[in-house]
Design a protein around this ligand. Structure first.
Ligand SMILES: Nc1nc2c(ncn2[C@@H]2O[C@H](COP(=O)(O)OP(=O)(O)O)[C@@H](O)[C@H]2O)c(=O)[nH]1
Ligand SMILES: [Mg+2]
Length: 412
């Protein structure tokens, strides 16, 4: 997976707050000129993960963020997000807008499953009284739609594929499966893990039972399209019970559940952008800048967000969902490439201009390739700017590393 090429899909049934979540996550709360990447396609935008900027750890007064944003020591790093339209039960059979939307999912690396934790929408997305529907059932039904969709794609012509692999003397089975599934953003590493987890590595493909194929696909989905649940509408009192039930049912299965209030986050980001409050996405509270600039209604609305969301849950949850998806679930870490390992600057003298998101386990040579193919090809060695030590190509980069890469022909 390439740095900053991560695509986060926002999925769920209709009326749970997907678009509100997407709008909140892609709204930048500060006025900045060179916003890195703007909207690319109608339903694709840019959200940000938040992490303490390394300039703080290095004791520098500031940095000159270029490919990201630094807000008083918090680095906001862009990731692509996709607002996938509503999923209805039976979508994999073509119900609703069915497969068209499921097709959007092909490109996603991680899914944010937005559910109505307050239970106030029925399975078709029709509003009903709070607590009428069980959010756990909602999650099960959404996951089963996604699993069925993948099963439909992968099982198609499987027998023929299996025969080709088994009789064709293919030694790299994981590679062959991955190649077949490359359109689903599924990598060889994902396939290899799924084969191992299901104990199917050593079994000839043609001997897999239907159940084994099903288990394999379910496992592969969990690995290649992992899910984070945004237990939304947490500002509604009935959501308390819903969040509890979701956590109990899903966390033992390794699915993180984070209570969110997308409407609250959107309101806070807009108020911050308008200069009415001081608030950074993910903060546990906000500060009113000048009370006289707010109407009575605005003040009441802000106070309600403070009471019902921030004090109750610790934050609106939106930032936490993105951070969990990218840092915990996808296992991304941050690396800062520089030209000058003493001043931490690029060629133009800008301090720590870029930060890359790379998968844990990436080598410094792979980082060089991510920056530029030429840099990867002509790589000689690198310098760890924090320790000033020289490092070889096989050095595995660590979170927060600042690295200078030295190449033979430093063509960039
Ligand atoms: N109370 C509450 N309502 C929300 C929240 N997020 C979204 N909504 C409301 O739910 C309805 C559907 O929202 P929308 O984002 O269009 O849902 P989508 O169909 O899933 O994209 C709208 O009336 C939103 O204002 C939330 O966090 N809390
Ligand atoms: Mg929508």
């Amino acid at each position: 997976m390439e740095a900053s090429n991560i695509l986060v899909g926002v999925v769920g049934k209709t009326n749970v707050g997907k678009s509100t979540f997407f709008a909140a996550a892609t709204e930048v709360s500060v006025a900045i000129e060179n916003r890195p990447f703007t909207t690319i396609e109608p339903n694709i935008g840019v959200g940000y993960v938040r992490k303490r900027c390394v300039h703080v750890e290095l004791g520098l007064p500031k940095c000159d963020a270029v490919n990201s944003i630094c807000l008083n020591g918090d680095r906001l790093i862009p990731v692509k997000m996709m607002d996938v339209a509503g999923l209805v039960p039976g979508a994999h059979k073509g119900r609703g807008l069915g497969n068209k939307f499921l097709d959007d999912l092909r490109r996603a690396d991680v899914l944010i499953l937005v559910v109505d934790a307050s239970g106030s929408t029925d399975p078709e997305g029709v509003p009903v009284g709070p607590g009428s529907f069980d959010p756990v059932e909602e999650v099960e039904s959404m996951i089963s739609e996604i699993d069925e969709w993948m099963y439909g794609i992968i099982s198609k012509d499987w027998d023929k594929f299996a025969r080709t692999v088994d009789t064709g003397g293919v030694t790299d089975v994981a590679g062959a499966i991955a190649q077949r599934l490359s359109g689903l953003s599924i990598r060889k590493m994902h396939v290899a893990s799924a084969l191992e987890e299901t104990g199917l590595s050593a079994k000839k493909l043609t001997t897999w039972s239907k159940e084994e194929l099903r288990l394999f696909i379910k496992t592969l989905r969990k690995i290649a399209k992992p899910i984070v649940v945004a237990a939304n509408k947490a500002d509604i009192p009935a959501a308390e019970e819903g969040v509890k039930r979701l956590k109990e049912a899903l966390e033992p299965r390794g699915i993180p559940v984070i209570p969110t209030s997308a409407v609250a986050e959107l309101a806070l980001r807009r108020a911050a952008k308008a200069g009415l409050i001081k608030y950074k996405p993910g903060d546990p509270d906000f500060k009113i800048v000048d009370e006289s600039r707010l109407t009575r209604r605005q003040l009441e609305a802000l106070e309600m967000i403070r009471e019902r969301v921030l004090k109750k849950w610790g934050s609106t949850g939106v930032q936490q969902v993105l951070n969990t998806a990218v840092f915990d679930v996808l296992g991304m870490i941050t690396v800062y490439p520089v030209e000058d390992a003493n001043k931490y600057t690029d060629k133009q003298g800008r301090v720590l201009p870029d930060v890359l998101l790379v998968p844990r386990g990436t080598t410094v040579r792979e980082v060089a390739y991510m920056i530029h193919t030429d840099l990867g090809k002509t790589f000689l060695y690198a310098v760890n700017a924090k320790t000033k030590r020289r490092i070889g190509e096989s050095y595995v980069v660590q979170d927060g590393d600042v690295i200078k890469i030295v190449a033979a022909a430093a063509k960039r």
